[in-house]
Write a protein that binds this ligand. Structure first.
Ligand SMILES: NC(=O)c1ccc[n+]([C@@H]2O[C@H](COP(=O)([O-])OP(=O)(O)OC[C@H]3O[C@@H](n4cnc5c(N)ncnc54)[C@H](OP(=O)(O)O)[C@@H]3O)[C@@H](O)[C@H]2O)c1
Length: 275
């Protein structure tokens, strides 16, 4: 028991450098702080224009424009810059990376091999694909890795489990994960928006329709996540024979509802695979 507490505390005390304090980098930092996975002084955030990180500085998070210094003082490096910045930034910090460090890249489209090609083989490498709900600790984060230890895997899973849910995937599915998990947020928003528009047409004001639509979708997803059920099982519970739900659902399908969603996902995937 004491051993467990000791190892858990040690695992959580690693110093983390977030290289690239933009939308995603700061959302990760917020999540680490809110979830108490890290203490403020255990996090360093970098970017060139640090003025935008004032609110973190005020909370005693270390803020700097010096990537090398941040990496030197940290055991875990989260790379959250744009793909075209990766080459320059990694070349700038590679001297500070080594055996005892972990690098977690959240950069879209940059492979583990691309990263190894710049920094070599010494540092343990992970790729993570979160979504914007990471800001409220509700991300779906898909993770892959290369030659990492089980302790390192556990640590990275712990970290992202504090920011939502985690699944491990093969790297070849990383683009598919971007579509289903990251673009998926946008698809879900359009579905909810359509519900709001329909809700207004049948009598609700926009604000009430928004709450009803969002909470109903939240409840529906919780049914799946908590019951482990298939959507169709939950649909069967709502569809009375000859009732209004099945009439509406069938009309949606006649109009190509499922087909249009699947085609949209495949179109997004073809686009990401091509670019
Ligand atoms: N947003 C998402 O939902 C999401 C989801 C999954 C993956 N991703 C990936 O995550 C990465 C970051 O996305 P984002 O939306 O957070 O982009 P972003 O808001 O543009 O953030 C990138 C940050 O990197 C900083 N930066 C640029 N050059 C730097 C340097 N040399 N050293 C240190 N920091 C530097 C920029 O700040 P300065 O200009 O001040 O340096 C900027 O704040 C992208 O590769 C994206 O594909 C994003």
């Amino acid at each position: 028991m004491w051993f467990f507490i000791f190892t858990k505390t040690r695992a959580m005390a690693k110093k983390i450098a977030i290289i690239g304090g933009g939308n995603l980098g700061t959302a990760i930092a917020e999540g680490l702080l809110k979830s108490k996975f890290s203490k403020p002084l255990e996090i360093t955030i970098t970017k060139r224009n640090v003025a935008t990180l004032k609110s973190f500085e005020q909370r005693h998070v270390k803020v700097t424009d010096n990537n090398s210094e941040a990496v030197k003082q940290s055991e875990v490096i989260i790379l959250a810059i744009k793909p075209f910045q990766v080459n320059d930034v990694l070349n700038g910090i590679k001297k500070e990376l080594g055996n005892n460090k972990m690098l977690i890249s959240v950069v879209t489209g940059v492979t583990l091999n691309d990263i190894k090609g710049i920094i070599g083989e010494k540092t343990s490498l992970f790729r993570a694909m979160p979504n914007t709900a990471i800001a409220i600790q509700q991300s779906m984060t898909c993770i892959c890795s290369d030659k990492v230890s089980s302790a390192e895997t556990k640590y990275v899973h712990d970290l992202f489990n504090h920011l939502g849910r985690v699944v491990t995937i093969d790297e070849k599915l990383m683009e598919a994960a971007t579509i289903l998990a990251a673009c998926g947020t946008a698809y879900a928003m359009r579905y909810i928006r359509a519900n709001i528009q329909g809700g207004i047409e049948i009598g609700f004001d926009a604000a009430t329709a928004s709450i009803i639509a969002a909470q109903t979708v939240k409840g529906a997803t919780e049914l799946l996540l908590q019951n482990g059920s298939h959507p169709e099982q939950e649909i069967d519970k709502v569809t009375t024979p000859k009732g209004c739900t099945i009439a509406g659902l069938n009309e949606m399908e006649h109009q190509g509802f499922s087909s249009s969603l699947i085609k949209g996902i495949i179109t997004s995937y073809k686009k990401i695979a091509k670019d």
